[in-house]
Design a protein around this ligand. Sequence first.
Ligand code: EPZ
Length: 424
Amino acid sequence: MERFVISGPSKLYGNVKISGMKNAAVAVIFGTIAVNDECVIDNLPNISDVNLSLELLKNMGAVVEKLGETKYRIDTRHISTIMAPVEEAGKMRASYYIAGASLARFGVCKVGLPGGCDFGERPIDQHVKAFEAMGAKVRIDEGYIDASAVGGMKAANIYFDCVTVGGTINAILAAVRSDGVTVIDNAAREPHIVDLANFLNFCGADITGAGTDTIKIKGNKQLHGCEYTIIPDMIEAGTFIIAAAATSSRVLIENIIPKHLESMTSKLSETGIVFEEGDDTLLVKSNVSELRPVNIKTLPYPGFPTDMNPQTAVLLCSIPGVSRINETIFSDRFRYVNELRRMGASIDIENSIATFNGGQRLKAANVRAVDLRAGAAMVLAGLVAEGTTSIEDIFYIERGYDNIVEKLSSLGAAIKKISIEDFT
Ligand code: EPZ
């Protein structure tokens, strides 16, 4: 087993470059199945969710060639199976995009049900609703999404019962080669949905409205390959915002799209954190003892991201006074709270609201990453806590953060990855 070991409290200083966005990368990688040609994708982060996605593609018969640090050539013309085994697909959430892309290209799919972070019920009924609206017969059977559409997917009008990122992405993928115009209403608006639509439009698709709650997809069976660069990861950037703010540091965050961060910076500036925005940079300055408490509600984009809940909690533990987070997306997103309590945090949970009695210094402890963003929060807690914190189950963190140890070390943090044998 490997662990992160962090000595705190840390002061950070300097610049950090944000990597490509995990949740855009996995959508585009599986989107190449629907494109059925050679694509060159750049700015792919070196994280296990991306590496697993590329492995899944290769196991289906795609040719994947690494052209550079973050650049891959992906050729899906010779895919020989529509099957993605549950043993592999179950290791991540986004594997279910294989279903939408395969239905678009082959009119059939057999994909193992997805895994991913466990923070409560994560149904896929809206994905099924979209596929069935487009004419597919869908069975969830023996751990698989087993679907087929005789004569191929048909254009349809889809109205989602709830705002779903994955459902919106899967509906776009399923519709991209169908005859006619598919309209998705109550669509999710996240930047990674816009990134997928841009990629597919570079391949000859005709998708309009991505980033709004109504998306139109005019199907096109003649898609072709393209060269595409993935957008920067807004949640990684948000994680470094909290790292800087919670440690009273001054950090320049580079390679970002400021607009994507507004859902966070507009709310976090209420605490008194100073942000200076450049074209593709954000300077973060803070003195945490002078920050003001704040009330946050997580919402679909452009609201405050649920994926920033755990990281922001570490900041709220450090800001003197009473702050709150109202989590409206996932029923069990607060699993990280018990790990923070082990470090002396004073947090009360009632229904979907966590109340933080902030201002006390966290104390180092042995803690676990209970999911991806909870794991990132443990890293931030180790930076602010007094003493040496060790974090287990760091595979969660490495699913979504590219070189987090090197990036934090370059900012002056005392963090290292060790294997369990030499942990004393
Ligand atoms: C995506 O998950 C992200 N994962 C998650 O990021 C992120 O937390 C989430 O969107 C919300 O932004 C990827 O993009 C790979 P949803 P997804 O479908 O698509 C309900 C991370 O840390 N729902 O938008 O699974 C669902 O229960 C990960 O990078 C249904 O009811 O999220 C939830 O309450 C963690 N039926 C809400 O919608 C459905 O068919 C939002 O889920 C689908 C979803």
